[in-house]
Design a protein around this ligand. Structure first.
Ligand code: PM9
Length: 480
């Protein structure tokens, strides 16, 4: 049973605890504030796409939590232990041993980052005209599944599509939706269920243990394997500890092992929860799949014992995997996200509720009610936030959703969001205060923010490199 608790009081509890960063700072990287005029010039040059800004023009960088973590002194020390042999590096064996212990999966293939693992999995398992059910989509993973001929089918609970719905586990699979799909297309047409923990595009929302157990039961009945997108699995485990009845006393490490026991394997972007700047892996308990994966990893990534990574990178990831399940680290990490989110809630800024694990998501539809979704509100809001404050965020709405490959039409996701993504162990709560103030100030002038239109639209993963222009002249985004 899911605990029916009052989320607001949980968040308030979080705020009331006096928390300090559970680390000391040993090295610093200066950041600089720019002037509004400089930022207006920079965003125009970047085609109003925050991905195309130069990082040195950014004051507080909340574009992503991917590859942006600060590594610990132990991870830096581990970098010096790199065994750069072409094959059989000791760092590979350390990584395998660590994944077996923390995740419980037997076979591991390192990859240069998460999408390398997604590519291998999709290529090996998906046949043309297959269906891939999933608790919402992620951009790169869906692109690989579609490239392999599969079709994504959303089986997340309805609450996930409503930014204001206060469900503690908005990442949960809707078991009826999943079973209906299995009955409709037949289990043979479903190579695996993709299960994201947490669900990035829904706002960093977790899946409960109870739902994982039931999903496993359902899939086992039809012989369908489950592959986790485990990119933010430790944060999901922490949110289970905090929100699910009967889990408070359990260490995150134990919860994570139980979570993973309901799957057959995972793809992992080590650039998030594993606390490294580059790296990922595919893990599985299926020996035959592993053997086939060792054949294709050599084509796209590298020899199976390094898969696109230097020995030192595998070593840093092995150390990071142990650090990611530290309860004190996670309490601060997820607490810092809640600290920022709560300030925005208190000021009446519309954000996705409840606050998720890695980011605060602004609800751009509610923030800019004068814009239609075709006027790209989240893209415009991210551009405006940068101009007003030097804070860089990311669009997660219609632009990220891309076009339907069959019809060529825009996909219109219900969620039109701007993600303020908190890098791990990088910024202090004082930085969060600055961000909160910037967003609150912008909210007061929201009606002056104009919509945008495309001037260049790439065919794949358009959000990365698309360029835009404002629909009208405005003080905030300058002349059209
Ligand atoms: N996520 C993020 O910023 C980085 C690039 S896409 C904007 O959120 C999930 C849930 C992810 C993810 C990357 C990947 C791919 C898979 N699943 O970036 O290839 O959030 O390591 O991982 C990004 P890689």
């Amino acid at each position: 049973m899911i605990a029916l608790f009052n989320l607001t009081s949980l968040e308030v509890q979080c705020m009331e605890q006096i928390r300090a960063e559970p680390y000391r700072i040993k090295m610093v990287e200066p950041i600089k504030q720019t002037t509004r005029e400089e930022r207006l010039r920079a965003i125009r040059e970047a085609g109003y796409n925050t991905f195309l800004l130069k990082s040195e023009d950014v004051y507080i960088d909340l574009l992503t939590d991917s590859g942006t973590s600060a590594m610990s002194d132990r991870q830096w020390a581990a970098m010096m232990l790199g065994d750069e042999a072409y094959s059989g590096s000791r760092n590979f064996y350390h990584l395998v041993e660590t994944v077996r212990e923390i995740y419980g999966f037997r076979y591991v293939i390192p990859t240069h980052q998460g999408r390398g693992a997604e590519h291998i999995l999709a290529t090996l398992l998906i046949k043309p005209r297959d269906y891939v059910p999933w608790n919402m989509y992620f951009t790169t993973t869906r692109a690989h599944q579609e490239r392999a001929g599969g079709q994504f089918v959303d089986v997340i609970i309805d609450e996930a599509h409503d930014p204001a719905a206060e469900h503690p586990f908005k990442g949960n699979v809707d078991l009826d939706k999943l079973e209906n799909l299995i009955k409709k297309v037949g289990p043979d047409k479903i190579p695996y269920l993709s299960l994201a923990v947490t669900v990035n595009m829904a706002g960093g929302q977790p899946v409960s243990l109870e739902n994982l157990r039931k999903t496993r039961e359902l899939c086992s009945r039809y012989g369908i394997p489950i592959y986790f997108d485990a990119t933010r699995c430790a944060e999901n485990a922490y949110l289970i500890q905090q929100r699910e009845e009967g889990q408070r006393h359990r260490p995150v490490r134990e919860i994570l092992r139980e979570m993973m026991s309901y799957g057959d394997g995972c793809t992992m972007s080590g650039k998030k929860d594993c606390l490294v700047n580059i790296g990922g892996f595919l893990a599985t308990n299926d020996r035959e799949l592993y053997e086939r994966a060792t054949e294709i990893v050599t084509l796209f990534e590298g020899f199976p014992t390094y898969g696109g990574l230097a020995g030192r990178d595998m070593e840093a990831m092995a150390v990071g995997i142990r650090e990611m399940v530290d309860d004190a680290y996670l309490a601060h990490r997820v607490g810092q996200v809640a600290y920022l989110g709560q300030q925005l809630i208190d000021a009446g800024v519309p954000i996705v509720r409840p606050i998720g694990g890695h980011a605060v998501f602004l609800d751009a539809r509610a923030f800019l009610p004068h814009l239609s979704q075709d006027q790209l509100p989240a893209q415009a809001l991210a551009a405006a936030l940068y101009v007003e404050s030097g804070v860089r965020a990311m669009e997660r709405g219609i632009v990220s959703a891309g076009r339907d490959p069959k019809t060529g039409d825009h996909r219109y996701p219900k969620l039109e969001l701007v993600r303020l993504t908190i890098p791990r162990r990088v910024y202090t709560d004082r930085h969060m205060d600055v961000v909160a103030q910037a967003v609150v100030n912008l909210h007061r002038e929201a009606e002056d923010i104009p919509g945008l239109e495309f001037v260049y639209e790439p065919a794949t993963l358009r959000f990365f490199t698309a360029r835009f222009r404002p629909l009208r002249d405005s003080r905030i985004l300058g002349p059209r």
